[in-house]
Design a protein around this ligand. Sequence first.
Ligand code: NAP
Length: 284
Amino acid sequence: MAAELLDGRETAKAIRGEISEAVRLFSEESGRAPSLAVVRLGEDPASVSYAKMISRTCEQVGVRFSPHFLAEADEKEAVELVGGLSADAGIDAIMVQEPLGGGVSREAVIAALDPDKDVDGVHPVNAGRLFQGAGDFLAPATPSGGMELLDRYGIALQGKRAVVVGRSNVVGRPMAMMLMHRNATVTVCHSRTLDLATECRRAELLVAAIGKPGFITADMVSPGAVVVDFGVNFVEGKMVGDVAFDEVSVEAGWITPVPGGTGPMTNLMLMRNVLKAAEQRRRD
Ligand code: NAP
């Protein structure tokens, strides 16, 4: 293996300490801990285990975790719940877990969310602020974690040829925006991209947010490239990324492992957003 690791586990550990300290100060000064409400509809197994992870991270950093789990997907109930939490002075931050379940309009539920409590940056107001690079706003946690990891390792972004494979609203698209705001020259690829391998090989920074195990192979990576893998896939019970790690790590200069790369960063970025929302509300 030639590539150096972008170690999300170690980096997350350092950030956890920083956030815990900031939460402690906030709680001391304001007489209450910042609070995060997590809304889930139904029992999607990945969402159930993600909520458990969020609850554990909240406990570690001192954020109050407030679970709101509905047994079934019901749009009216979900809209009322999210609207109620948005109006609740005791709640600083809200995360709505997806998938929402059959027949529930994502737009309707997200519209009920107060943009100032939207810690995963899914409300159109926050997505618009990210699009415009306008001021201080709540940005999606997953790409924020990728950016933070690159920054902590001192990877320069200005002028870099970056290729992002994937254009979802939660990972690929916001990551592309964040890179563009940092003056990278960004190409976004997707399932209709012609000759993806050629596009990828042009990248000095290659980001994979596809959802297909081992999809990015060594022939798609230029020697010395920085490779960021957001993929979380399970093959025979083992977690693997979108990048074929063993072969790509021979070509790349830097690479995120899976597990232990971008994954551990996501929850911490969520906590950072909770604190940001709480501090903003305290100032208002
Ligand atoms: P998604 O909504 O399914 O989007 C996948 C994207 O990949 C789409 O834009 C799709 O293109 C593109 N794509 C699919 N097949 C392709 C192909 N053959 N060639 C080129 N592009 C292709 O997935 P997501 O929510 O962004 O998640 C992506 C991955 O990140 C998943 O593995 C997910 O589990 C993981 N994830 C990780 C974290 C974390 O904390 N690390 C958080 C969230 C998600 P089209 O737009 O053309 O369909």
